[in-house]
Design a protein. Sequence first.
Length: 235
Amino acid sequence: MKLSRINSLLLFVFVSSVSPRAAESPLEPGAQPKQEKTEGAGEGPAWHRSGNLYFTGGNRIRRRAPDGTTHIYRDPAGGANGLLFDLQGRLVVCEAGTRRVTRTESDGTITILADRYQGKHFNSPNDLTIDSKGRIYFTDPRYGPRDDMEMRDERGQLVEGVYRIDAPGKVARIIAHEAQRPNGILVSSGDQYLYVADNNNNTVGGARKLWRFNYVAFYLGLFALYTNSYARVHA
C-alpha cells in the first residue's frame, strides 16, 4: 500500500471484547482504538501466530515482539512494502526497490518467487494476498518516476497489473488494464472474490476505487479472472 509522507507507524489494538454479532462486526459498538506504539514505518503490517507483528519502512523489516519491544528483522530489505505469512508460516515480501517478490525460509534464506514477467522486470511490487491453495496474488503499480518501467502490453502500453505466483518462477498476469494503479489486494474467504484497491493518486481525477472481481476454475487447475464481470463497489 502506498502511503505518501508517512513518518510513523501507528499500531492500534481494539480493547473491547468480541461482539456476539460477529457476523456483522467483531467489535462492540463504540469500541475505540488504543495506540500501542509509534515507530518509523508505515507499510506492510503482518501478524504472525507467535504474537509478533512485522512491518516495513526505511528499507527495513521490523518485528514487534509480544512484550512491546521492537527488533530489526531484515536490513536492508529491498525497499520492502507489503508483507504476508504464507500457509506454512514463511514471510512473503513485496520488494518494491528490487522489483521482486521473495519468501524468507525457516532457515533464514531468501527465495525469489518472482522478479520478471515475460523477461521484463516488474514495476514495484506493492501488496499481496494468498488464496486457500497457497497461490500468491500481488499488485505491481508504479508511484513516482516512470522512466525505467519495462512492463508493456502487445500494443506497447505500460501495464500496472496484478499477477499470480503458482510456484517460484511460475507467474501469470491476471489483470492488465482493468485497474489503473492496483494497490491493496485481498482474496475473500472461499476464494470467491478478489478485491483490488485502485489508487491512482499521482493523477488528477485518477481512480480511487475498490474493485471486486469474480474468478472461476479454469483448465489445468489454473484460475482466470473474468475481467468483464468486475464491479465498482466503492469510490
